[in-house]
Design a protein around this ligand. Structure first.
Ligand SMILES: Nc1ncnc2c1ncn2[C@@H]1O[C@H](COP(=O)(O)OP(=O)(O)OP(=O)(O)O)[C@@H](O)[C@H]1O
Ligand SMILES: [Mg+2]
Length: 352
């Protein structure tokens, strides 16, 4: 089987958010150009879908679409996979093998996780791109030439990697002629309902149109409030679990409770040096991250209030030796409200 016959058409890019609209526009503009493109975004956010859509809308559709994960292979192996080798080029090279760069000739090469490529290999890749696709396979004197459209994807902030000396600036500018940024799902909750609809329909077809229960509007609301650290991939997994287990409400409860425990841990870290500084709170809630889309004043305010409440209640509980009745009087809230807040804010009693 040839490599490119493995290409599986990607789904359409589902979503209504500004970010997704912009991504669709960029795909429309770029697909015909063959300009080197980098797709940025967290894990599971849809980088590969964007690369597939670029390819499907380009004149290269039908030609090879080859993907290679730069993080998954050690440097030497990645080099030989990318550029191929002659027989006898190294121990074990019993047969001549074409590299992915050449196999993707006239089509697309998706360099996934480009941020994890080693510096020497980055230098070689830069050279290939500068020479218009010329390179020598390992152990060969002869140059081969491939007309390959390189699309790269990464969840790294490559600018930071450049500052830290982990990524070549010249390669960055060579690859990154077009930049497509996919925001994390938590920054575009309005995409969650259309994604749920799209995938519920997909799964219904997969299950031979067996009737499947959609999450109720209340559950969908709660799904929109969850932070989805695994992005669309996590959403797909949760939908599949909901299909199998049926109890949507319990599944989303578990997610949100798990998130609270995680958030409490984040806060504990932020609080280690006395109180969390404003800078830390901002960082914690995404204000200083490159994708300001994940930030909203409303969310930050809610979280800041929770943080202050948590700190005050923990302090009073510690002072009263966890006498909740006394603590509720000091706090001037009812005993029941205090119990609710202890559980809601995930305040954990000290170990005796
Ligand atoms: N906007 C979208 N519309 C429809 N499906 C999507 C969308 N975004 C992501 N998906 C689906 O979510 C899953 C994860 O997407 P994809 O593999 O493209 O993410 P990724 O950013 O490449 O992740 P990773 O960094 O882990 O490689 C895929 O099954 C993909 O089809
Ligand atoms: Mg991917």
């Amino acid at each position: 089987m040839s490599e490119h016959s493995k290409f599986k058409a990607g789904p359409p890019i589902v979503g209504v958010s500004k970010n997704i609209q912009r991504v669709r526009e960029l795909i429309d503009h770029v697909a015909g150009t063959g300009l080197n493109t980098v797709v940025f975004g967290e894990s599971g956010v849809g980088k590969e879908v964007v690369a597939q859509n670029l390819y499907q809308r380009s004149p290269r559709v039908g030609k090879p679409f080859i993907k290679i994960n730069c993080a998954a292979l050690p440097e030497g192996l990645l080099e030989s996979e990318l550029f191929g080798y002659e027989r006898g080029a190294f121990t074990g090279a019993e047969q001549k093998k074409k590299g992915k760069f050449q196999l993707a000739h006239s089509g697309v090469l998706l360099l996934d996780e480009i941020g994890d490529m080693s510096l020497p290999l980055q230098a070689k890749l830069l050279h290939v791109l500068q020479s218009g696709g010329e390179f020598s396979p390992l152990g060969s004197e002869k140059e081969v030439r491939a007309d390959t459209w390189v699309i790269a994807a990464t969840n790294h902030d490559l600018k930071k990697d450049i500052e830290a000396g982990r990524f070549r600036e010249d390669l960055y500018y060579r690859l990154n002629i077009i930049k497509i940024f996919l925001a994390p799902l938590r920054g575009r909750p309005e995409d969650i309902p259309p994604l749920i609809d799209y995938y519920m329909e997909e799964y219904t077809t997969m299950l031979n149109n067996r009737h499947i229960e959609k999450p109720s509007p209340a559950v969908i609301d709660r799904m929109c409030a969850y932070s989805w650290p695994g992005n669309v991939r996590e959403l797909q997994n949760v939908l599949k679990r909901m299909l199998v287990l049926g109890d949507c409400s319990q599944i989303i409860d578990e997610l949100i409770n798990g998130e609270k425990v995680g958030m409490a841990a984040d806060m504990a870290v932020a609080e280690t040096s006395h109180h969390a500084s404003l800078e830390q709170i901002l960082d914690l809630h995404g204000v200083n991250s490159p994708d300001s889309q994940s930030f909203s004043l409303k969310n930050a305010k809610k979280k800041a209030v929770e943080m202050v409440e948590r700190e005050i209640i923990s302090h009073v509980l510690a002072k009263t030796d966890w006498n909740r009745s006394k603590a509720s009087k000091i706090l001037k809230i009812s005993y029941k409200t205090l119990l609710y807040k202890i559980s809601d804010l995930n305040i954990i009693p000290p170990e005796k």
